[in-house]
Design a protein around this ligand. Structure first.
Ligand code: ARG
Length: 277
């Protein structure tokens, strides 16, 4: 198929991931989680390994944090912190079941030599709710992160912050409803936002791809872009076709077991953005 859209370009990334060694659905803090329908722990590990291998195959670096027993959601590394320009803002979780994860991730950054590591004052569930679009931060709130985290983000990172209210409990973290593909392009699920949020997204991104219900409902938007390759749920076939038509290269992965906890590929991945040279 001839592509007449803009040329896309991949850039090498560094990611932090946490193996799902203690993963299980033992509590319900989002509508996807059903403790009476347990996940297959072995299959979850296989799917996670395949995700890690996919990143390595694309030429990206993957760092791994040790999983902590008793923290079944720690596999969702995106929630562990926000990392921009070498500065790290730790997370603060809304639900007590996850609160200890914040310290485990803070420890990892401190012991791995990140010089600027800050402890947050307000609830913020890391890059589950905070996304980077070029020189702008996007901050989701309404279910987990506190709206007031936006001013803290602006102060810590010295970047403008656009707040986005999330309105659908199935899309409780921003990264379940919006994926930044590059600084000018995003894909999103319009119904997960209010009018003000949709308008704000229209002014941040010159190019927006709208996900259909069936692709959003398999968390197809919980995807990881390197500027060209987009790692996303294999079940989101329509979204993959839309990406191809826009000049991106979809890389399908099956995250069925992690989906039982309300997470996908992006939730399992925290991008480590180094200081600018
Ligand atoms: N069970 C986890 C929770 O409800 C899933 C987290 C998904 N992470 C994400 N970045 N959206 O908190």
């Amino acid at each position: 198929m001839t592509n007449l859209g803009p040329r896309r370009a991949a850039t090498g990334r560094s990611y932090l991931m946490c193996p799902p060694a203690h993963f299980a659905v033992t509590y319900a803090i989002n509508p996807w989680m059903r403790p009476d329908q347990p996940a297959d722990a072995g299959l979850a590990m296989l799917q996670w390994e395949r995700l890690r291998t996919a990143y390595l195959g694309l030429g990206h670096e993957v760092r791994v944090i040790d999983p902590v027993p008793g923290l079944p959601d720690m596999v969702f590394a995106a929630n562990g912190a926000t990392v921009v320009g070498g500065t790290v803002l730790g997370a603060r979780f809304r639900h007590p079941q996850r609160s200890a994860e914040a310290w485990a991730y803070l420890d990892w950054f401190r012991t791995n030599g990140w010089p600027e590591v800050r402890v947050p004052g307000y609830y913020n569930e890391g890059e589950g709710d905070i996304l980077v679009a070029g020189q702008t931060l996007l901050a989701g709130y309404g279910f987990r992160s506190d709206q007031r985290a936006a001013s803290e983000l602006a102060a810590v990172f010295g970047m403008p912050v656009v707040s986005l209210r999330l309105v659908d409990p199935r899309f409780y973290h921003l990264d379940t409803a919006l994926c930044v593909l590059d600084s000018a392009t995003a894909m999103y699920y319009p119904a997960a936002f209010d009018d003000a949020g949709r308008a704000a997204l229209g002014s941040v991104f010159p190019e927006l791809i709208e996900a259909k219900d069936e692709d959003a409902e398999v968390l197809g938007l919980n995807a990881v872009s390197d500027g060209y390759h987009v790692v996303l749920a294999a079940q989101a076939a329509g979204l993959a076709r839309q990406l191809c038509a826009r000049g991106f290269a979809p890389v399908p992965v099956d995250m069925s077991e992690l989906l039982k906890a309300g997470g996908g590929a992006k939730c399992c991945t925290l991008e480590l953005r180094p200081a600018r040279p």
